[in-house]
Write a protein that binds this ligand. Sequence first.
Ligand code: 3EB
Length: 334
Amino acid sequence: MRQPGQIIGKPAFASVADVSYLSVHDASVQCTDTANILGVIGFGTERPDFLPPICAFLPAPLAPIGGGAMLELWRTPSPCRPINFGPVTGAYSDHLAFGAITLDEKPGLCLEATAETAYLAIFDFLDQTGFSTPLRFWNYLSEITQETDGLERYRRFNIGRHRAFCTRLQEPLPPAASGVGGTHGASVIYFLAARDPARPIENPRQISAFAYPPLYGPQSPSFSRASIYQSDSSTVMFISGTASIVGHESLHPGDLNRQTEETIANLQALIDAAGITGLGNWSFKIYLRDPAYHATVDSALIAAFGPASERLHLHGEICRRELLLEIEAFCRVR
Ligand code: 3EB
């Protein structure tokens, strides 16, 4: 029999943080106790009715593919409390904090400045809460590949993020992240943070993103390819947004099947590089330039990781025009 609070299809052990991708209905059925909700992200929905106003909620500018609205739910084994600081809204429990911010893009202000201001506010939140180490960032930017005054918005974002990291990031390497273009609405950033750092992991098949040559913009993107976070009770792996890039080059432009294979080879390389055994259930978020790619990518992921993995497909713009998809992952380690 299912225990209260146990997540269907998931192991009964309590991971330091756990994610679920659920329809609004399934989430309302499962979340009879909302005390353990660290944060919720809405795809194709505003705050759902079942979620108490004190729970941290962020509507994301990406639409789910293949059905109705979806929620990304981060839960922890211990109770969560809300915490807001400046423009950052979030929550924390024993080991982790969650936070979210919507970028305030004012006319006449460049995205470098807006991104730097947002990240500085995030670092203020981290300092204030004592969860001073960011573990994982999600960056969803509107019109990500659009040029303004001769420079692409993603490249401008990289400049602003880097400036904030230079002055405030305490770790020598940037955390894992995803960077994807939204299809509607304002740009947002959300994150998980801890009191102690994760172990960053790079992909031997790829040049580190933070070492990309200037071909991809005046400032390379600040993120690690993956990380392992170990608390006293459990270990989890975060894999950053991963695409069909080998070295620093995009491979197989326009070829969905081969980009999917290359992306899965990169995910596999990161898992191998992590050198850990006992990897448990996988959760994947799949960002697709065209919703029609859904079936191809989903069956390739099932073939590689099994049908028990959790998969959320989202319609988003990838930050390089030639890339058709990007996949991120979260894994509980036994
Ligand atoms: C890449 O490998 C693809 O800017 O935070 C992936 C993950 C990508 C994170 C980011 C960008 C970011 O360069 C794009």
